[in-house]
Structures are given as C-alpha cells and as structure tokens.
Design a protein around this ligand. Structure first.
Ligand code: 5GP
Length: 189
C-alpha cells in the first residue's frame, strides 16, 4: 500500500539493523486516518470470506485491529499477555516469544470469545519471525475456529516469519513488505 510505504520511508527509523520504529504514526502516536485506509484495504482483500471476528495480540496490534474491525462490522478480540502464573481453565493459552522485548509471554483468550463457528481475520502491526502470528493461529486452532487469513501492516520480508506461515497454508496480506533496511534506506518488495 503506497500510502503506508511512503509514511515508513518518511518517518520510519531503523534501529539495531532489524527493528523498525514507526512510533510517529503506528506504535505510539497513531494516525487513525491511515489506519482507516489500511482497514479498507484489508476489507477489500478479504471481502466475501465471511470474517465474523478480528483477533489480535496485546498491545500494539489493538489500534489497527479496532479500525479494521469497524470496516468489517465485526468485534475484535485481543489475546492478553497474562501476568498471573495460575491461569484458570476457562482460557485458551499459548507461549509467545517477544521479538522486541526478549523473553516469553503467556498469552490467553477467554473460551467465551473464540468459538468453533468463528471465521477469524488475524491482525498485527509487524511480522518478523512469525511467533506472534503463530501464537494467534495456535489459539484459533485450540478453539476449532477457522483462520481466514492474516492482515499485517509491516512485514519484514528479510525475516523468516512470512514464508513460514504462508507455507502452512495461511493467507498473509501485508500492506508494506520490506525487502531490506538500514539507517536512512528502506527498500520495499
Ligand atoms: P514476530 O513474532 O513475527 O517475530 O514479531 C512480531 C511482533 O514483534 C509484533 O507484534 C511487533 O509488536 C513486534 N515487532 C517485530 N518486529 C518489529 C519491528 O521492527 N518494529 C516494531 N515496532 N515492532 C516489531
């Protein structure tokens, strides 16, 4: 998506070689006009797929997931990073390693909000090694829900997540795919 690529070129900051900061419009300050354009694009791409729910992961996916869900006219569920060790049995849970912070989070969703009848669109801000998306896919599998596909804002195509998840047969639609990046120079696929 041209508009997103231009914002990344103009305002994205490359850190430590493989982390892109997009705090100016996506991860800290949020440009909801841009989010609306992204939501419309996912709604166009996944039209006719019977999406009845959007599933994302705390925290940075929530903003774009909400605006996307509005385009589909469906609710959003966000998988929560749990801080408690003793988790009651009424949740689906999965361990997700964090790309940006290191460490592993236990991520949960209440069984009340993921159903076998669901047709889920997974949404996240970034796709790097694929752990966050694989965590959401695992939660959907536990619920017996169908994953219609994944809408990603920024895929770092030089990292292996996108290829791994597409090889599993999951449709991944990334609005910006970065082929390579270094300070002051970002190339898109
Ligand atoms: P993965 O699990 O695919 O390795 O990484 C995806 C998750 O890590 C996303 O939910 C996102 O929050 C975070 N992430 C990965 N790479 C980046 C990056 O370059 N910049 C930012 N801001 N977040 C990233």
């Amino acid at each position: 998506m041209r508009e997103l690529e231009e914002r990344i070129r103009r305002e994205g900051i490359v850190e430590n070689g493989d982390v892109l900061k997009v705090d100016a419009f996506l991860n800290h300050q949020m440009d909801v006009g841009l989010f609306a354009a992204m939501g419309k694009e996912w709604a166009r791409l996944f039209a006719g797929e019977g999406v009845n729910k959007v599933l994302t992961i705390e925290a940075s996916g929530i903003g774009i997931a909400c605006i996307a869900a509005q385009e589909f006219g469906v609710p959003v569920v966000f998988a929560k990073k749990s801080r408690t060790k003793n988790i009651a049995g009424d949740v689906y849970k999965v361990e997700v390693p964090s790309f940006t912070h290191g460490g592993v989070s236990t991520v949960i969703v209440s069984k009340r909000f993921l159903l076998p009848t669901d047709r889920l669109l997974l949404i996240d801000d970034f796709l790097a090694n694929g752990a966050a998306l694989e965590g959401l896919i695992a939660l959907a599998e536990q619920a017996g829900a169908v994953v219609v596909g994944a809408g990603i804002a920024v895929e770092k195509a030089f990292q292996p997540g996108g290829e791994r998840i597409r090889q599993k047969g999951v449709r991944v639609e990334s609005l910006a795919r970065i082929r390579s990046m270094e300070a002051g120079r970002i190339e898109f696929c």
